[in-house]
Design a protein around this ligand. Structure first.
Ligand SMILES: Nc1ncnc2c1ncn2[C@@H]1O[C@H](COP(=O)(O)OS(=O)(=O)O)[C@@H](OP(=O)(O)O)[C@H]1O
Length: 131
């Protein structure tokens, strides 16, 4: 069963704006939980990766590091809050967020898996350690 911190059921997609009433944003977009999460590592070039991914028309990236799964103050706000941090996307687009600190927080893997066991976690390790 998907994780639903804060007692709410897993929404998957955001409620439409209050002034709309059509089931989505007027241009047909909506907020979606990410299907891809870049989990690290710090200084591994994660910003470059998410920016490159977002060049593709099928991908929409969260602008900020959300720190949902690693910061208790954020996690306790629940998936509805996490969803509210996501960018608007068309239904056939993939949403991606990156928070490199996820890689070093022991609680994160289980929490991400409980949200979506099929999610694609990406981690970069390629940077030269002397740089
Ligand atoms: N393609 C490529 N190859 C090698 N190095 C690269 C590449 N792209 C980004 N960078 C360097 O990665 C550093 C930033 O990594 P992150 O975006 O993961 O940083 S952060 O953890 O989110 O703060 C940052 O290094 P520093 O300048 O030493 O901080 C970037 O210069």
């Amino acid at each position: 069963r998907p994780l639903a911190p804060g007692g709410s059921s897993l929404p998957g997609t955001a409620s439409p704006p209050a002034d709309n009433g059509t089931g989505g944003h007027p241009n047909g977009t909506l907020q979606q939980l990410p299907q891809i999460i870049i989990i690290g590592v710090r200084k591994g070039g994660t910003r470059a990766l998410i920016e490159m991914l977002s060049l593709h028309s099928a991908v929409v990236a969260a602008q900020n590091e959300v720190h949902f799964f690693d910061w208790e103050s954020h996690f306790q706000r629940g998936l509805s809050w996490y969803l509210s941090q996501m960018p608007y996307a068309f239904p056939d687009q993939l949403t991606v967020e990156k928070t490199p600190a996820y890689f070093t927080s022991p609680k994160v893997p289980k929490r991400i898996y409980q949200m979506n066991p099929n999610i694609k976690p990406l981690a970069l390790f390629s940077k030269h350690p002397a740089l």
